[in-house]
Design a protein around this ligand. Structure first.
Ligand code: ZN
Length: 164
């Protein structure tokens, strides 16, 4: 390698680094997290109902007032529809009037969040900490004591009556 070649190589390497950094900032993968429960997209499609699959795996949103869990007021646990991880207790459920099952807090370590700027809005997406399934969004206009409103898709949850 001549000095000239070396200089050119370093210049190219420098350009490559800059491009990588730029890409790293703008092209962040949506699913960089790892989860304890994983399946291929085809497997998820087989395991879930079409509506649950669309919501959990492709961040669909159910029509408001369409979920039977809206009117579910018994004591019990609302679990992730993808992996059955207990996600919300009936103790934190409240009537938000939005048409989606709403809670003011998740169970400890049950969910994770990330920024969601889709649809031209700045929102905080909520997903299951065990399988990554999309559950809904969380907003800052909820009731006391947290002031949070976890706006969930009922189709992404299952309800088990019992001790909450
Ligand atoms: Zn899950």
């Amino acid at each position: 390698m001549t000095d000239h070649d070396r200089r050119q190589f370093l210049t190219l390497a420098g350009t490559g680094t800059a491009a990588f950094v730029l890409f790293g900032c703008t092209g962040s993968p949506a699913r960089a997290e790892s989860f304890a429960v994983t399946h291929s997209d085809a497997e998820w499609r087989k395991r879930l109902s079409p509506a649950a699959y669309d919501t959990l795996r492709h961040e669909g949103t159910e029509r408001p007032f369409s979920s039977p869990l809206n009117g579910e007021h018994r004591a019990g646990i609302f679990a992730c529809g993808g992996c059955a991880l207990p996600a919300f207790s009936s103790k934190t459920k409240f009537e938000s009037g939005t048409g989606w099952p709403s809670f003011w807090a998740p169970l400890p370590n049950a969910v994770r969040t990330r920024d969601d700027s889709s649809l031209g809005m700045s929102r905080t997406e909520v997903h299951c900490s065990r399988c990554g399934g999309h559950l809904g969004h969380v907003f800052d206009d909820g009731p006391k004591p947290t002031g949070k409103r976890y706006c969930m898709n009922g189709v992404a949850l299952t309800f088990r009556p019992g001790a909450a």
